[in-house]
Unconditional design. Structure first.
Length: 212
């Protein structure tokens, strides 16, 4: 019976990863950059295959649920919504999102910024983000929506998706937003440049850059 192993993360799995690789007949990775962590391993050219994460276009339809967040939170139609979507963690770069938001608000005070997602453990980092928003004096323009199971409606309500992780195996939410024909600004991290070609189908910025 063939053993196929699917690898989606950049981080090393240590000895367990080496054991899994040894027994696997084929190793599927979700980006070229994830595959590179196996460089130099035995039979890597035969074992590794890149299969990018797919998006169900029957589910991710542009304009479906568009405006849901406007009615839910009472936003004015003249207030553009900019969002960051994903697990709340220091790697996902929500702090960079807030720092950039503070600069945008000075020129475009009508823009609202949405942090969509939840922290899987203690909630300490989310607390840091709330304090940062207060420190930057933008808390009235920032909304923490928590976990949402209506991601298509959420994305379709946004004018722009921002994705600014420090490292990323693929960046599924980027592909989801692009399937919805949405503008995306993302950091030049991990597998994201394999999805976005800067200036063609999105914009890439350096990791941690809140000025661009």
């Amino acid at each position: 019976i063939p053993l196929v192993w699917h690898v989606r993360v950049l981080e090393s799995g240590g000895i367990a990863e080496r054991i899994a690789y040894f027994f696997a007949d084929k190793v599927i990775v979700n980006s070229e950059i994830v595959g590179k962590k196996f460089t130099g391993w035995k039979d890597v050219s035969k074992k590794i295959a890149v299969v990018y994460n797919g998006i169900d276009l029957e589910e991710f339809k542009p304009d479906e649920g568009k405006g849901k967040l406007y009615s839910e939170f009472g936003f004015d139609e003249n207030e553009p919504l900019v969002g960051i979507v994903g697990e709340i963690s220091s790697n996902k770069g929500q702090k960079y999102f807030l720092e950039a938001a503070s600069k945008v608000i000075k020129e475009f005070p009508q823009v609202k910024f949405l942090v969509v997602g939840e922290e899987p453990d203690s909630g300490a980092y989310k607390g840091e983000l709330i304090r940062l928003a207060n420190k930057l004096k933008i808390s009235s323009s920032v909304y923490f929506l928590g976990f949402r199971d209506d991601i298509v409606d959420v994305l379709n309500s946004l004018a722009l998706l921002v994705h600014c992780p420090e490292r990323e195996g693929f960046g599924r939410v980027v592909a989801e937003a692009m399937a919805l024909k949405m503008p995306v600004v993302a950091t030049n991290a991990g597998g994201i440049p394999e999805i976005i070609k800067d200036g063609m189908n999105g914009l890439l910025v350096p990791i941690g850059d809140t000025e661009t």
